[in-house]
Design a protein around this ligand. Sequence first.
Ligand code: NI
Length: 306
Amino acid sequence: MLRTSATVIGRQGIPLTYRCLTSRAIQRSLLSTTRNLSNETPSDKTDAEILKDIKGIKLKDIKIKREGQPEEVQPEITEEESSRFTNWKTIGIFSIVSTGAYIWASEKKKELEIIKEAEANRSTVGGTPFKLTDFNGKPFTEKDLLGKFTLMYFGFSHCPDICPAELDKLSVWIEGIKKHCNVEVQPIFITCDPIRDTPEVLKKYLKDFHPSMIGLTGSHADIKEMCKNYKVFFSTPEDANPKSDYIVDHSTFTYIIDPEGQFIEAIGTIYNEKEGLERIEQHIKTFVPQKEREKRLNKWYAFLFK
Ligand code: NI
């Protein structure tokens, strides 16, 4: 730091004299006035030319020498400070980039695991044609599953506790997915008790749950077949008395079906609202249609998906 009068040599070799404290102050001074130029200013330059020269001078270009001392004083500190700053900046940028890369890689790894799991599950459950009746008395087939993600649950309306609890969870998931992913998922309730669960009974029962919920029933044989295809335990005897108070044993999984009608995963009661929502959202976010999945398997990076 200079505290005495100094001679500053600009890049263009113009000697200028002032009283200054720091090189920044010099630059400020240089830019603010031409009138403070010393008598040493070469007389062949006009004020305008000098001003132009001065404006071209950058802080790092300024060389300062004390009056009476020919050697240069200034730049070392500035350079040292500047390189220290550059080092920290480099370390900072490197840390941010590597942390970002790590997070990105972990996310990608998780996504790949989900994609692989979904792919392995696809051929194991469902995917077969069916014909049931919805709670409005209209036919409902496997084609009605196309174009939307579906959350499918098998149960019965007389179920005392598990079915209502799971259907409540289903409603939370439908709303959560809509909010987070802006995706409308179709909830479907399929009865395992076709003898008591007529379309009318289902209609009334499902009013207590999500408004977009569809109820499906059918003949004893059709429901039995449906349960078999989706690996759902089915215990209703064919000759059960619809007026009797029997309990139906049934599986309590929520099936995630992709927009092409293929099974992806079954979410058990072990998943709470938050975990189940996360899991379903992961499937929705990583889903790609079958054609694109097939194309992907012909690429050099296909090994990632196997
Ligand atoms: Ni139940």
